[in-house]
Design a protein around this ligand. Sequence first.
Ligand code: RAT
Ligand code: ZN
Length: 414
Amino acid sequence: MSISNVEQLQAVIHQEVQNAPITDVHTHLYAADFGELLLWGIDELVTYHYLIAEYFRYSTMDYKAFFKLGKSEQADLIWDALFIQRSPISEAQRGVLTVLSKMGLDVSTRDLNSYREYFASMSTAEYIDKVFAVSNVKEVVMTNDPFDDAERAVWEKVGNNDPRFKAALRIDPLLNQYELSYKTLQEWGYEVDKDLDQRSIAEVKRFLKEWAQKMDALYMAVSLPPVYMVPEDSLRSRIVEQCVIPVCRELDIPFAMMIGVNKLVNYQLNLAGDSLGKSNIRAVEYLCSTYPDNKFMVTMLARENQHELAVTARKFRNLMVFGCWWFLNNPSLVEEMTRMRIELLGLSVIPQHSDARVLDQLVYKWDHSRGIIAKVLVDKYSDALTAGWRPTEEEIRRDIRALFSQNFWDFVGK
Ligand code: RAT
Ligand code: ZN
């Protein structure tokens, strides 16, 4: 049935966006087999590093003393500072409220202990099912780091048996700290040296291939600083061109670059201490044009990079822009970026990923993003309607499913 007025359009778009099962292309979640690596529940939610950063806007507490406390004690402090002493209106604060309310809890009681009782009554398996159902997420891509001892042990013994969780091989230590990680590779039996000679290049490639295959990784990924450049005379640039690109090509998987993070500008805040900077789009252009048979997924952290990134994707079909990353995952910026991307790239983007670190966050991050993406889509289809175009419900469903899932699968080719 074709749609001829804005009211109909709004109803159909909102319904289709709510009903679209999501493939979340970048998270920090794990399947239950990974044991304690999978974080969930109220204390994890409240101690999310986004909220730790916000807590220290108000607290004069010694950083070290805070991080020495147990999870629940940290959560008590954050709850008091960010939910009792002040109203929870930042995006990360609002996220906690959305999760509690979608789980059927009464947010108005503000009673942290009663929320704890609810989570204590759930098993991990039961809660995973519940979160996937409530958020209408079909599958999530994990961030799998073989340099993490706890994680490596799971891959070596058990592996991943839950099809809702897909793997991505994350290689930050290899690219950003080769001067340290080559020693780890040596311990694992790879014949690499610190100068990256020809033998090392072959061995790094062997490492990448073995781990991508062990994990059945959908892509390889790295987060990179604003100074990231390829080509340049650096170990990182050489590893990208001589190891990562050829192995990705051989395995036919994308290389995902998350560009723009300045790590630990306040090291005392740990995970909450990273910041951002404007990056050079030239690195993306160079890789996309030099390696047309490789596929690149790119997200950038600085707002200032978003327009040129979208324009670059117009030039290179082997580039898939994805997500509103980290400090950009705020309603005003998601709206601005989604509008601009759709205006420049139509439906050929992956508008959002969640970056969830705590399972429950799938619920709020997707609830908030769905609302904004639907709003932007209503405007864009309305413009077409004004010009006399009459989309059908089926066409709108097709388009929305592409944005929330199919574009990723088509791009990775699975
Ligand atoms: O968004 C985050 O939680 C960040 O701390 C990072 O994990 C970032 O998303 C990354 O993948 O490096
Ligand atoms: Zn992340």
